[in-house]
Ligand binder design. Structure first.
Ligand code: PLP
Length: 390
């Protein structure tokens, strides 16, 4: 087929390099994978039962496109109690995963030619969406600030692009791939510069329940009129395959995004919405046992990687360690993950698709055995390399 009949902005976007790498190494059954952000826990039984009940009660009809009213009410109460979000049911839209939530928010807020800041390293979805929506993307490297976006960096990004209308910021806290969680002080420091410049924040807080030793602090608390919050059940309740996301925002905004959502996907699946009502009504503690496990694994992986000579910035949330490859290895992230996969049968994610080719990402949403094997292999690779070069 002639590609000149395809929208050039679609041609510009590449299929996810992360998923391709994961797929490629999956053909070797010997490889232990710590690649995708996929919780290795099952959906809690009470939530599964709610989905089964919904099927048996023939809840098979078109749901209301905003999401069922009891679900939006449950979300309002749940997230108010968890993180102090101040959104009533009519300021909440139910989407097909956080992915659709971010995509619909980008489409609703920005028009072609607007500029949007993405702090990097970043979840690749964001850059793909700004490209697909014909926006100007400003990638702001945060690696020299321990992966935290500072007000100075925002000012600089604006100053560096005097001809662009900087309209937005896509913030991800806690962060994939770096694992960093912003403190209250860091968020409060960021808000004034965004307010002053009229920059809307799409705040992806999908890992908000997964923080270790500090409570998640949402930017919506200090910038309510310019923030759209993204959340959902994929990570907190290990429901990635159910595809249930949520958008929280000012009333006028929600009216508009609801149209984008309606004319794209119609609604999240009816059965999943019933499961979500159960999760948000009786599943307040569902993430606790997972969190305990994740924290133990985080401590283990961060320690082992540091011992192997990698640079590790304290990962306060999510379930990733983003580790800087030791300079002595003279390997970029692809060299490292390809060698580790081929010769040591361990799959880690290269940092390159996230925007930094000097790092690798380890997802510790995996068994203790898998993590122990991976850390042993990483140390072995480093030892073998240094034996070769001396
Ligand atoms: N946002 C971030 C930062 C993620 O890491 C992920 C998944 O890994 C998503 C969004 C996608 O969430 P969902 O599966 O609910 O679409």
């Amino acid at each position: 087929m002639e590609l000149d009949s395809i929208n050039p902005y679609v041609l510009k976007v590449m299929p996810s390099a992360m998923r391709k790498f994961d797929h490629d190494i999956s053909s070797d059954p010997k490889i232990i994978k710590l690649t995708l952000g996929e919780p290795n826990f099952n959906v809690p039984d009470h939530i599964k039962q709610a989905a089964i009940d919904a099927i048996n009660h023939n809840e098979s009809h078109y749901p209301y496109y905003w999401g069922y009213q009891p679900l939006r009410e449950a979300a309002s109460t749940y997230y108010q109690a968890k993180f102090g979000y101040h959104y009533s049911a009519d300021q909440i839209l139910v989407t097909v995963g956080a992915t659709e939530a971010v995509a619909s928010a980008v489409k609703t807020l920005f028009k072609p030619g607007d500029a949007v800041i993405i702090p990097t390293p970043a979840y690749p979805l964001y850059n793909a969406l700004t490209t697909l929506n014909e926006l100007n993307t400003i990638l702001v490297d945060t690696s020299d600030d321990d992966f935290i976006l500072t007000p100075t960096k925002v000012e600089q990004a604006i100053a560096d692009h005097p001809d662009w209308d900087v309209k937005g910021l896509i913030l991800n806290d806690p962060n994939n791939p770096t694992g960093v969680a912003y403190t209250e002080e860091q968020i409060n420091a960021l808000a004034p510069v965004l307010k002053k410049n009229g920059i809307w924040v799409i705040s992806d807080e999908i890992y908000g329940e997964l923080t270790y030793g500090q409570k998640h602090y949402s930017i919506s608390k200090v910038l309510p009129d310019q923030t759209v919050v993204i959340n959902g059940l994929s990570k907190s309740h290990a429901m990635t395959g159910y595809r249930l996301g949520l958008v929280f925002g000012p009333s006028g905004f929600i009216d508009e995004i609801a149209k984008v959502h309606q004319y794209t996907v119609t609604a999240a699946a009816s059965i999943v919405q019933y499961a979500a009502i159960e999760a948000l009504t009786h599943g307040q503690d569902d993430s606790k046992p997972m969190l305990k496990e994740y924290q133990k694994r985080r401590d283990f992986v961060a320690k082992e990687m540091a011992e192997a000579g990698f640079g590790v910035v304290h990962p306060g949330g999510a379930f990733y360690v983003f580790a800087k490859i030791p300079a002595d290895l003279q390997m970029n992230s692809w060299d490292f993950v390809n060698t580790l996969a081929k010769e040591y049968h361990i799959g880690l994610m290269p940092g390159d698709p996230f925007g930094d080719n000097e790092y690798v990402r380890i997802s510790y949403a995996a068994s203790d055995e898998a993590l122990a094997a991976a850390m042993k292999a990483v140390k072995q690779l480093v030892a073998d390399d240094s034996a070769q070069t001396t």
